[in-house]
Design a protein around this ligand. Structure first.
Ligand code: HEM
Length: 441
């Protein structure tokens, strides 16, 4: 029994409070200016548990081992991740996209269809690298963004989506819809709101129209020629529906899965490449076939560059304890922690890139030193652990290995850092990361 059991929980409002000068906005502007630094500064001023109110949201924050562990343990029924995400994304994403979805990433990635998806991923990488030609310059994040579009769509959006003519239209439409924009560039959220999501709704309609064409072509093909990986499951969920309902349903399911991928995958790929190019001795080992090291670098890049805010919306009264008190959380409140704060501070040396941190595969190797294992994470913990974690690591390794095998790469960037303003997802870089490439003879 813990020390807290004897006393009644405190109201959430009894926690120390971070304030700002402006009513309603509160500390919102300094928070958005540099969320990671802001959360850490409040921690140093107020302690590991504090509340603040901004733009009409009331947010209860935990950073201590006990607090963070208990956040991850709260069930969806009382502390909802789905509605936490919705609060972040609803400013950006047209509401109809959330309605009536039949395919969630959980179902797709739970199946053991690794063979087909690896084949489709391999082909997508091959096509994209061929398009690079024999020499030139690329920007790491722009390049992996396009590559991840191609790899993702080839996996769950039908290989027909990546054909010339279609991919060129789908990429800008998905970029317009990209929900992660709402937390990578929070200020752009106001533009979306001010324009009534016009750009996003046009992108949604365009993707739906392209999928009507894809489905017509796909349905005319013999099933054995399709090689469509996850897309087959996605289509099966709409079998038997009237044609327009089926086409719209499938297109929107693809959009929701693809948007989940856009938040993190390409940025994790880019950082893995950047970190390797910054360390020629590691790059050489990867070139000589050290696949385990490449996987370690992918996990370590994600840990170090994570900018995710873990956000839950409280749906039913519940209690969260830290080391000093128990607090009663009320419906409507948000509960949060920020991975960019805990992932790099929980034991000494975590602010540096070291692939040995993942010498034990996906498990953080220094877990024994942590006061709570939840303080460091790449793909989350517990019930909401990322369903696409294994897929993502395979995709990153496959793409990086193909790139370093096929080209001599020369970094033309210096010491990139995460974008300061980002709140959510794996960070984008604060400067262009240019890389000169030349085909290895
Ligand atoms: C390197 C790539 C990725 C990283 C670092 C990553 C990270 C994460 C993290 C930290 C969470 C837990 C968040 C929380 O509990 O608040 C999560 C959940 C999730 N991720 Fe990923 N993710 C990646 C790739 C993907 C991809 C490719 C997809 C979809 C195709 C995806 C779909 C999801 C979904 C649907 C959830 C929510 C699961 C649930 O609520 O049960 N992720 N991811």
């Amino acid at each position: 029994m813990s020390a807290m059991d004897a006393t009644a929980p405190l109201p959430w409002s009894a926690a120390p409070r971070a304030t700002g000068r402006l009513p309603w906005i509160g500390p919102g502007l300094s928070l958005l200016n540099d969320p990671t630094a802001w959360f850490q500064r409040q921690r140093e001023r107020l302690g590991d548990t504090y509340v603040f109110e901004t733009f009409g949201y009331r947010i209860f924050n935990v950073f201590s081992p006990e607090g963070v562990k208990n956040l991850w343990a709260l069930p969806e029924a009382s502390a909802s991740k789905g509605l936490g995400d919705f609060a972040l994304l609803s400013h950006k994403v047209p509401a109809e996209l959330f309605d009536g979805r039949r395919t969630l990433p959980h179902g797709l990635f739970a199946r053991d269809n690794v063979e087909t998806y690896l084949e489709n991923l391999g082909e997508a990488v091959d096509l994209e690298l061929t398009e690079l030609g024999s020499a030139g310059e690329l920007e790491a994040f722009a390049f992996t963004r396009r590559l991840a579009h191609r790899m993702g769509l080839a996996s769950w959006g039908s290989p027909l989506a990546t054909q010339p003519g279609r991919l060129e239209k789908l990429v800008p439409a998905f970029d317009a819809l990209d929900s992660s924009e709402s937390f990578v560039h929070p200020a752009k959220g106001f533009l979306t709101w001010a324009t009534g999501k016009r750009r996003e709704k046009a992108a949604l309609a365009e993707i739906e129209a392209i999928y009507r064409g894809i489905l017509a072509e796909r349905d005319a093909m013999p099933a054995g020629d399709r090689h469509e990986g996850f897309f087959a499951e996605l289509c099966a969920n709409w079998e038997g529906e009237p044609e327009d309902v089926r086409a719209t349903g499938i297109a929107r399911d693809v959009m929701l899965v693809h948007m989940g991928s856009q938040s993190n995958l390409f940025a994790a790929m880019a950082w893995t490449l950047v970190h390797l190019l910054e360390r020629p001795e590691l790059l050489e080992r990867v070139r000589s076939g050290d696949e385990r090291l490449l996987e370690q670098c992918a996990h370590e890049s994600i840990r170090l560059r994570q900018r995710s805010i873990v956000l839950r919306r409280i749906l039913a009264p519940c209690v969260i304890e830290d080391e000093h008190a128990a607090y009663r959380l009320e419906p409507g409140l948000f509960l949060a922690t920020m991975l960019s704060v805990t992932n790099v501070r929980s034991v000494p040396g975590l602010d540096r890139f070291d692939p040995e941190h993942y010498a034990k595969g996906a498990m953080f190797a220094r877990q024994g030193e942590l006061p709570a294992r939840e303080l460091v994470t790449t793909f989350g913990h517990g019930a909401h652990y990322c369903p696409a974690a294994r897929f993502s690591i395979r995709a990153i390794c496959l793409a990086t290995k193909a790139l370093v095998d096929r080209f001599d790469l020369e970094p033309r960037f210096r010491d990139p850092k995460p974008r300061r303003r980002q709140i959510g997802g794996v960070s984008r870089a604060d400067r262009p990361c240019r890389i000169a490439y030349r085909a290895d003879p």
